[in-house]
Ligand binder design. Structure first.
Ligand SMILES: Nc1ncnc2c1ncn2[C@@H]1O[C@H](COP(=O)(O)OP(=O)(O)O)[C@@H](O)[C@H]1O
Ligand SMILES: [Mg+2]
Length: 259
């Protein structure tokens, strides 16, 4: 149980960005998706969230065995899927604290989204923000407006922790972070796993994986799965590069789709 992506082919405009991609992310595990720039990693995340423009041509996406393909993005979020975006957008006019309060209230079925702040949420937001190196002042600022790259990524992680999603998809959460930041973020990703969540961790470097041991690693190149393995595969990528991995394992892949 958890997230299942089954034979997924996705088109964006007139381009096929994913071809028959299959992967599972079970609860209590971290599944790392690696690949060079432009290999379709973010497209996979967007397709799972149902982002407009990412058209599923074939295959299925299931949560706990049930297809979510017909659900709107906000309905998928209410099913417990969270996406920490690679480049999270700014939301002028909405404070980060308000976003956290409204989204946790929505999840708990409170109808007045922003009037009442759950004190437990406020307290843990402050605690976790300080632990991951976000200043309390930032919580009062408009979401991502004028945030540095690192602050945006930390803000996404903060939401991923506070919202307690069943399935957390984190798209390059290490980008723009220094080594201490990476270590901290990795440790929080580990705690998401330890609390039973299914984590899909998208990255193109193995550097974060020195601090968090993935359960499964999938390598995506050109929109196709070319290799799958355990943590050792990530370090092989680091050693021989994506081109090397493609040469070594690519022939095993028989996934082709005529478009
Ligand atoms: N909205 C879009 N419009 C046009 N092309 C897109 C769009 N989204 C993704 N693509 C294309 O799909 C391919 C995969 O992109 P992406 O999923 O962002 O890769 P990655 O995250 O692995 O770097 C790229 O060639 C990219 O240009
Ligand atoms: Mg990307």
């Amino acid at each position: 149980m958890g997230l299942e992506v089954i034979g997924l082919t996705v088109r964006v405009r007139d381009k096929i960005v994913l071809r028959r991609v299959s992967l599972n992310v079970d609860y209590g595990t971290v599944h790392v998706v690696m690949g060079p720039n432009g290999s379709g990693k973010s497209s996979l995340a967007y397709a799972i969230m149902g982002r407009e423009g990412y058209e599923v041509l074939e295959g299925d996406i299931r949560v706990d065995g049930e297809s979510i393909l017909n659900l709107e993005t906000h309905e998928r979020a209410l099913k417990g899927i969270y996406l920490g975006m690679q480049d999270p957008p700014a939301i002028p006019g909405v404070r980060l604290s308000t976003l956290l309060i409204a989204s946790t209230n929505k999840r708990m079925g409170v109808s007045e989204l922003t009037k009442i702040a759950n004190p437990k949420v406020v307290k843990s937001a402050h605690r976790i923000a300080s632990e991951i190196g976000l200043s309390a002042e930032l919580l009062q600022r408009e979401v991502n407006v004028g945030f540095s790259g690192g602050e945006r990524k930390r803000g996404e992680l903060l939401q991923a922790i506070i919202l307690e999603p069943k399935i957390a998809i984190l798209d390059e959460p290490d980008s723009g972070l220094d080594i201490d930041g990476i270590r901290k973020v990795a440790s929080y990703i580990g705690s998401l796993r330890d609390s039973g969540r299914a984590v899909m961790l998208i990255t193109h470097y193995a550097r974060m994986l020195h601090f968090i041991k993935p359960d499964t690693v999938t390598v995506l190149i050109g929109g196709e799965v070319v290799a799958r393995g355990g943590p050792e595969l990530a370090f092989e990528v680091e050693e021989i590069g994506y081109e090397g991995v493609r040469r070594k394992y690519g022939s095993q892949s028989t996934q082709t789709v005529n478009t």
